[in-house]
Design a protein around this ligand. Sequence first.
Ligand SMILES: C[S@@+](CC[C@H](N)C(=O)[O-])C[C@H]1O[C@@H](n2cnc3c(N)ncnc32)[C@H](O)[C@@H]1O
Length: 543
Amino acid sequence: MSKRKRNPLSDARKGASTALSASVTPDINGDYRNIEKTSHRKKSKSDDLWHRKSGAGYNLFISYYGRQPSGVVAHDADFRGSSDACFSLGSSTRKSEAPHARGLSRASKKRQKKRAKSCANNDYSGVISLGKACERVNGYKLRDSSELPENNPLYTSHPLVNAFISNARYSHLYSFVCTLSTPLPLTFRLRRNGPLSSKDLEATISEKYSQYISPVSYDPTKAIFQSSPSSCLTKSNLGDIPNLKELIVAGSQDGTLARQEIGSMLPILALHSVHALIQGSKVLDLCASPGSKALQALEIVAQDGKKGRVIANDVHSERLESLREAVARSGLLEDLTSRVTFTNFDASVFPPPKSGRMFDAIICDVPCSGDGTIRKDRHVLPMWSPRIGNELHGLQLKILTRALELVRTGGVICYSTCSLNPVENEAVVAAALGALTRGSTKFEVLEWPKTLLPGLVTRGGITDWKVAFYDSNKVDHDSDDFGSLTFCSSAEDAEKAGIKEVAATLWPSIPQIKQLHLHRCIRLLPQDNNTGGFFLALIKRIQ
Ligand SMILES: C[S@@+](CC[C@H](N)C(=O)[O-])C[C@H]1O[C@@H](n2cnc3c(N)ncnc32)[C@H](O)[C@@H]1O
C-alpha cells in the first residue's frame, strides 16, 4: 500500500522547528532533545489553533512585510505608485471583507459577515477593483469581467487580500499581495540529457497544449516550461485538460521531465553557470529531501558516464527514505542514480570527508519558514508569525557556517531558502561571513551569472531590514484583536522590551556589512516573474 502523500515543505518546517528553540540540542544523528518543549506543548497547541482560525497569520504577514524598507518585497516604484492602489481600495478600509473568505474558521467568517452587513452599502467595490488591478498587474486576462468574482481564481476573497485591505497603509504591497493571492502556475523542466529523448514530448506540447503551457521567454535553452497566466493552469486543475496530466505524469516517470518550481531550479543552474558544479564534480547537498535539487545536480555531475557524485543528506531518517524513493522513481538510469550517497546527519555538524578531499559545490537549501511557498501551500500563511523566521535563523546560521568549512578552495556554496524574510536570508549570510573575515579563509559573494537566464527579473540582496517579535499571549482570543508586532532596533532594545535570548545576528548590525556585497544575493519576488518567492546567495571560497 502506498503511504499518504506528504507535503515536503510543511514537513521541512516541522522538522526544523523541532530543532529550534534555545533549549534544543541537536546531536550528530539529528535527534533533538528538548525538555522545556514538553511542558509548553498543551498551551501552544491551543494557541496555534486560535492563531490559524482567527486569520492572525495573514494580518501579521501584512504588517511585518508592510513595515520593511524598499527592497524586501516591494520596490521604490511600488512605494511611489501606491496612491493608485489607495484610491481603488478606499471604500474598503471599513473592513468590508468579501463574504466567502477562504481559510478562516466558521466563527471568523460569521464575524466578517456581520461586519459587512453593518456597513451602510455592503460595498465590496474596493475588493473588486483590487481584483481588476490584479488583472492589470499580472497581465491576467479575464475573458469576460462578469466572471468576477465567484468563478475567477483572482476572486479577492483571499484572506490575505482582506488583511491587506484592512491594513490600508501598506498599499505598496499591492502587486506583491495580488500575486500571492493567485495560485502558483505549473512549471517543469525538460531533461534533455535524460534516458529518453524529450523531442516527442516537446512536439506534443507545442502542437496541442501551447495555449496552456510553453517555454518561459527568459530561458534560451527552452527547457523550462510554465503555464500561461491566462490559462490559470496549476498542479491541482491539471486534470481538467484532456490528456495533459497523463502526459506530464508519464514524462516525470520515464525521466523526460522534472516537476520543479522556477525558484528551486536556480541554485543548480547558477552553480553550473559559475562552473562549480560540472561533470565529475563532488557535490554535497546538506538538506536534500525531497530531492529536486539533488536530482538536478546529479543529471549534470554524472552525465556521459562521468564519475561525479552527489552526497544527499537529511537529518530526518523518514525524509531520507522518501528521498531514496524519489531518486529510484526519477526515471534516471542506474548509471546516474548509483552516483548518489545518502547520509543522515544534522547538517550543522556534518563530518568532513574521510578522504580529506573537500566538496566542489555545496547546496545549502536550509529549512525555512517557507513564506515564499504560500501560493501553493495554503497552510503556511494562517500560521505565519515572525517567531518562525527568528527561531530558524540560528539553525540556518549553523548550517551555513558548516558549509563554509566543508567547501574546497575555489569551490562554491549556494545558500538558499524559499522565504523572503531577511532574518533567514541576508542576516544569515552576513553573520556567517562576518564571523570569518578575520581568519585565514576568505569567501566572496559572487555576482549572479547574468547570461544564465537573461530577462528573468531578479532583485539584489539588501543591507537594511527590520526585526519584529510577536507575543501571542498578549492577545484577546475572544475579540478580533490579533495583537501587534513589536519592532526592536537591536538585541538590547529587544531585551528591554522583555524579549529573551535574542541573537544579535538577526539585525543588520555587523560593522563590515557593506563590504560583504550582499547586493549580489538574489531575491526572486513573486510579482516579478509570476513565481514563488526565493532567495539565494552564491558564496565562493577564495582561499
Ligand atoms: C527546504 S527543505 C530542502 C528541499 C530540498 N533541497 C529540495 O530541493 O528538494 C529542507 C530540508 O532540511 C531538512 N533539515 C531540517 N533540519 C536539518 C538539519 N539540522 N540538518 C539536515 N537537514 C535538515 C528537512 O528535513 C528538509 O528535508
